[in-house]
Design a protein around this ligand. Structure first.
Ligand SMILES: *Cc1c(COP(=O)(O)O)cnc(C)c1O
Length: 417
């Protein structure tokens, strides 16, 4: 097939050539004296992306799902009560895991397309005067519906209720894309993975734990072995791992952290917002279609879920895009299966790359009988991008010194060269 495949599923995302090259390494001895430098560089870089000094980052050879399990099993005991809201496939799957592990989940059912219900969380926490709830779970960016929730608001709800529960956040599709503040929001466990905003292949589960979360270990009675944090802490302290680490991914991660540091984390976040605004203009102003996210405050800067008109099968649009135009769009999952398609706009991305998704999705929709105005998506996105100032990461020629607003790295191994 001629030309490239255009990958717009919201994970795995496009791996920049720079990172691909960094991963082309010969295997080496992971017990060598040289190895700890690699580990320490990664941990320092992850602290910057999580925006934490107090937290301890971990990497596991797993996907993000593994770190959901690590977060739960290292802190909680069978029968412990946890509070969680279900508003999409990923928040659902984490709840499902809690139940399988024998936790007692108080589930708040929410309409898909909405985010974490802050007032309800606060009311439930205030009513729990005996402090039965041991952890509050939130999916920061629900990738199935394109909804971002207010984590600072959840922290406020906990504070308002003066509730001591741990705060666990899934940031798999938000870390390194959408503002995320481990220390400021006093998060206890943050769960992520390598194949979304960090622009790597799948294969690393990434976790960050607060001192308060780590202090739960001695009293926590859930079974764990592979995901045991004290094993990891002990080895990591010397720069090593309790088992064979995923070496190429570690080299890739260093390159990814370097790229984020060079652009500046704040600029990376601004770029995701600017690109997402263009996509949303294409969807709502150009195509006159609706996003799955019900309100502006929930709009995700990493993925847009586009609702299709009644009578149009989302699966057909996605199949047409792939088979005819070599464009991979995300499908609707579970409750929203067939009703929407998703455009992932996270990671290594710019305006013109996104134009491929907008034009390709538009052609596939037209082919499948959706009555959108031809060219309207690109016109609306292009208008947005041309009339708003581009974040510096999108300009091939860097802006002059002084206008750079990024937070540059304090880690010399990652500093811009
Ligand atoms: C992708 C994703 C996951 C699952 O991560 P895996 O790496 O596939 O295990 C969990 N939560 C969210 C929000 C995701 O987007």
């Amino acid at each position: 097939m001629a030309g490239r495949n255009f990958l717009f599923v919201p994970g795995p995302t496009n791996v920049p050539e720079r990172i691909q090259r960094a991963m082309m390494v010969s295997m080496e001895d992971h017990r060598s004296p040289r190895f700890p430098q690699l580990t320490h560089t990664i941990m320092a870089g992850l602290r910057e992306v999580f925006r934490t000094q107090a937290g301890t980052p971990f990497i596991f050879p797993s996907s993000g799902t593994g770190c959901w399990e690590a977060a739960l099993t290292n802190t909680l005991s069978p029968g412990d009560k946890v509070l969680a809201a279900r508003f999409g496939q990923f928040s659902h799957l984490w709840i499902d895991m809690c139940e399988r592990l024998g936790l007692d989940v108080q589930i708040v059912e929410c309409e898909w397309g909405t985010g974490v219900p802050l007032q309800q969380y606060e009311d439930i926490l205030k009513a729990d005067t005996q402090h039965q709830i041991k952890a509050v779970l939130v999916c920061h960016n629900e990738t199935a519906t394109g909804v971002t929730s207010d984590i600072a608001g959840v922290r406020e709800a906990l504070d308002e209720a003066a509730h001591p529960a741990l705060l666990f956040v899934d940031c798999v599709s938000s870390l390194g894309c959408i503002d995320f503040r481990f220390d400021d929001w006093r998060i206890d466990m943050a769960v992520s993975g390598s194949q979304k905003g960090l622009m790597l292949p799948a294969g690393l589960g990434i976790l960050c734990a607060s001192p308060k979360a780590l202090a739960m270990y001695p009293s926590s009675k859930l079974k764990r072995a592979y995901f045991d944090l004290p094993d990891m802490i002990q080895s990591n302290a010397t720069g090593y791992f309790p088992y064979t680490p995923a070496l190429p991914l570690m080299y890739g991660l260093i390159e990814s952290l370097k790229m984020i540091s060079e652009e500046g984390l704040d600029n990376v976040i601004a770029r995701h917002h600017y690109l997402a605004e263009g996509v949303r203009a294409a969807v709502t102003q150009g195509w006159q279609l609706k996003l799955c996210a019900k309100e502006k405050r929930w709009h995700s800067d990493t993925v847009s879920a586009v609702m299709l008109p009644e009578g149009i099968a989302g699966t057909e649009v996605i199949a047409r895009a792939y088979q005819r135009y070599n464009l991979s769009l995300g499908g609707g999952l579970s409750k929203v299966a067939g009703k929407l398609f998703r455009i992932g706009h996270l990671g290594d991305m710019n305006e013109i790359h996104l134009m491929a998704a907008i034009n390709g999705a538009e052609m596939a929709m037209l082919d499948c009988g959706v009555k959108v105005q031809p060219g309207s998506g690109a016109a609306a996105a292009g208008h947005y991008w041309r009339t708003h100032e581009a974040p510096s990461g999108l300009c091939a020629v860097p802006k002059p010194q002084g206008t750079h607003s990024g937070t540059s790295s304090t880690n010399p191994a990652l500093a811009a060269s």
